[in-house]
Structure formats: C-alpha cells, structure tokens
Ligand binder design. Structure first.
Ligand code: ATP
Ligand code: HSE
Length: 307
C-alpha cells in the first residue's frame, strides 16, 4: 500500500473532572487526511484545506508527530501529508490532536503496523506539545484508542480504555471565538485547595465506576469540575446559561470541552441530545457570536480507514 485516506476524529478532553487524564472520541466530527509514500526521504505537508495552518515541518503538529515516528522507524522512503480540516483549530475538540494522531496512525498503516497504539500515542504527543506547550495525551489517546480513555501516566505512557455505555450521546456547541490551549493553561492556578482536590478525585473515581456499571445517575453526579472550570468558564460567553439550560433539557451534565471554547453535554439518548442541541442553539442565536452544534454517538473505534 502506497497511499491511505483516513478519518481522524474530534475528541473531548477532560470530561469535566478529569483534567489532562480523561477523554472520549466523537463519531460525526473529524478531519480527513491523505498520506502517501514518496521516494524522496523525509516528511512533507503538501496540502492543507479548510484552515490556515503552517506547512513548515517543525510547526505543523501533523509533521512534528510524523517526524518523531519517522526518525524512530528510519524507513527507506518518505511521506507526504494532505490535511482536510473540518475541526477548526482552537475549537477545543481536539483539532491539533486529530492531525498529530492521524499522521502517525496513517504512516504506521503504510509501514505495515510496526507500532502499537501506546507507541503511536507517544509519537503523537510530540506534535500535541507544539500546539499546547506541554505533552498531554487526553485528546490523542481517545483519537487513537476510541471510546473513553484515562491516561494513567505520561512517563511512562499508560493508557486505560474505559467502557462506553450504549445509549450515551454527546452534544457539542462551538462558539466561534478562538481559545488557544496554551493560553487557557496559562490562566490556571499552580496549586489547588485540598477540599477541591478531594471533590475532584472523588468525581473522577465515580465517573470511571459509572462507565463500568452503566450508572447514568452516578455519571451525572460526577460530571463536575471544581478545579479548572471556574477559571476557564470566564473565557466562554454565556457558559453558565448554557449549562443551566442543557440540564433543564435533560442532559446528564455539561462542561468545557478540552480547553474550550466548545461546550459538551452528555445525554442518555439521541432524542435528549438533540433537545440539548436546541437549548444550546437558543442561547447563542440571541448573540452576535457564530456557532456550530453537533450531536454524536461516542466513537468506540477511533481512527477510520476510508480508502
Ligand atoms: N495540523 C494542525 N491542526 C490544528 N492546529 C494546528 C496544526 N498544526 C499546528 N496547529 C496549531 O495548534 C493550535 C491549535 O491547537 P489548540 O490545542 O490550541 O486547539 P484545539 O486542538 O482545537 O484545542 P483542544 O486541544 O483544547 O481540543 C493553533 O495555534 C494552530 O496553529
Ligand atoms: N487537557 C488539556 C486538553 C486541551 O488540549 C487542557 O485542558 O488544557
């Protein structure tokens, strides 16, 4: 095989209580990428459609992660990368991760799969670090493994795959203002009060238990973030109203998707997730802010090979 076309999914990191460790993968939103072998050695980005992103190999997260794999594998060919962006950079639904994870997934396929998902996550983290200023894997892991993931540690990298309840649906609203991950990280305090830490780790444990036991009530109680949300929500206009209205519409809970500005909500059925989308839309429709809404099932597969 000399060429591959893939769907590289959007992802939701943090899932309220799990800053930098929890994430899940989306089904209906994602980029497409075409990667092909070349006789000329090295990694080259040859086409970017849908976003204004750098072509320089050391600046684009897709080529930075691809180079990490390439330098390790040292193959006797090169690769060129085409990126078709549907996930807007800075949207908070893993735009940079989709590129960073997509390139290593595709090159691994073209090389005959020498690396496992954990090794691919490690390579992709090198790209993600260019976008956010640090190596975190809470978007990369669900994009590569699918479903819900928990990053137990990054050094050494250990990713746990969590079960996905059958009826769980996600609603996303992306208000089109840009929040850069690096900036949304810079506003966070370096230390947190002990009582907040206790609340947060009790919620992370409960959320993981709720996924294992299909306990939607516990899941709803656990979708709370007392550590990061109080700071970052100030960067997202109408965040509090959206949260209030989506709960009234039947959502189990809602929070900031990744570093924002997207807001996610989880619901127990597609119908509720669609009602939640209407509630979100009603709020932003009254403002001058452009927005997109999406309803998606959780994608348990992760990356998809299109051809
Ligand atoms: N291939 C790429 N795709 C997307 N962003 C890229 C890419 N290459 C470099 N970047 C840079 O990464 C930044 C966007 O990443 P950022 O992490 O801020 O957004 P995000 O991935 O949508 O958010 P989050 O990680 O919170 O989901 C932009 O500055 C963009 O120029
Ligand atoms: N965990 C990361 C995800 C965004 O890339 C953050 O919230 O900063």
């Amino acid at each position: 095989m000399n060429e591959i076309k893939i769907f590289s999914p959007a992802t939701v990191a943090n899932v309220s209580c799990g800053f930098d460790v929890l994430g899940f993968c989306l089904d209906t939103i994602g980029d497409e990428m075409v990667i092909r072998k070349t006789t000329e050695k090295g990694i080259k980005i040859t086409k970017i459609v849908g976003a204004d992103l750098p072509f320089e190999a050391h600046k684009n997260v897709a080529s930075v992660s691809a180079l990490a794999l390439y330098n390790h594998a040292n193959p006797d060919c090169g690769f060129e990368i085409e990126i078709y962006k549907n996930i807007k950079p800075g949207s908070g639904i893993g735009s940079s991760s989709a590129s960073a994870a997509g390139s290593v997934f595709a090159i691994n396929e073209l090389l005959g799969r020498p690396y496992n998902q954990t090794q691919l996550t490690n390579f992709a983290m090198k790209g993600e670090a260019v976008a956010s200023g640090c190596e975190h894997a809470d978007n990369i892991a669900p994009a590569l493994f699918g479903g819900f993931t928990l990053v137990k540690s990054t050094t050494p990298l250990q990713v746990l795959q969590l079960p996905t309840p059958e009826d769980l649906f996600v609603t996303i609203i992306h208000p089109q203002i840009e929040v850069k991950t690096s900036e949304a990280r810079a506003i966070l305090p370096k230390q947190i009060p002990l009582q907040n830490a206790i609340t947060q780790w009790s919620n992370v444990g409960s959320l993981v238990h709720a996924l294992h036991t299909n306990d939607y009530q516990l899941l709803s109680q656990a979708l709370v973030d007392v550590v990061v949300e109080p700071y970052r929500s100030q960067l997202i206009p109408h965040f509090d109203s959206v949260k209030t209205e989506v709960i009234k519409a039947g959502a189990l809970g809602a929070g900031i998707s990744g570093s924002g500005p997207s807001i996610f909500a989880l619901s127990k059925s597609k119908k509720t997730a669609e009602d939640v989308a209407k509630a979100m839309t009603t709020i932003y429709a009254k403002t001058a802010i452009n927005f997109n809404t999406y309803v998606s099932k959780i994608n348990t597969q992760g990356m998809k090979i299109l051809s």
